[in-house]
Design a protein around this ligand. Structure first.
Ligand code: COA
Length: 155
């Protein structure tokens, strides 16, 4: 275990919301200027939320909504000073493993265009055209373990 191996917990919104709120406020609302009324939505209530901790400090979060045999990943956020040291990898890996343990083989997400290469590392493939959401360019991506076994070595 190195200095930046986070402890990941996966929780429902009621117990995750205080820490997830802080991270997402910092990353999406303050850093990326996403309006607060778009950042927090009804899907938070039905999602599983991964939280990344280093010691007592929560430094990252992401959520997974499971519906119709598919898992939708979203709100991937790592505090700026902790990026590029593997925290995002642990977050997404934990949510995918969690989804798989619930019988899910297909995962989707709407990637910010600047993060597409991050998701490609885990086997996600772009699908469809670029679109704008909250003023940020996005593209849908899909990871289907039934058809794409290329990049699952992180699991
Ligand atoms: C995108 C984000 C979650 C990635 O988290 P992170 O903790 O920095 O990612 P990691 O350090 O685990 O990176 C894992 C790998 O992806 C690469 N990577 C990380 N971010 C990348 C990016 N934006 N573009 C290309 N590669 C990236 C890393 O270099 C690393 O590569 P390696 O395994 O070859 O060394 C983080 O940059 C973030 O919170 N950004 C702001 C919010 C955001 O844009 N979220 C995405 C919404 S779709």
């Amino acid at each position: 275990m190195n200095l930046y191996t986070p402890k990941i917990t996966i929780q429902l919104w009621d117990s995750a919301k205080y820490r997830a709120f802080e991270i997402r406020t910092s990353v999406f609302i303050q850093e990326q200027n996403v309006p607060e009324n778009m950042e927090f939505d009804v899907y938070d209530e039905s999602a599983w939320h991964a939280l990344a901790h280093l010691g007592n400090k929560c430094i990252g979060t992401a959520r997974l909504n499971i519906a119709n045999q598919s898992g939708k990943i979203g709100r991937m956020a790592v505090l700026s000073q902790y990026r590029r040291v593997g925290i995002g990898r642990h977050l997404i890996g934990s949510l995918i493993k969690f989804g798989q343990s619930h019988g899910i083989n297909k995962f989707t997400l709407n990637a910010q265009v600047s993060a597409i290469q991050f998701y490609e590392k885990y086997g996600f493939e772009v699908n469809g055209n670029v679109f704008q959401d909250a003023g940020i360019a996005h593209q849908k991506m899909i990871l289907n373990f039934k058809t794409n076994l290329k990049h699952n070595e992180f699991l």
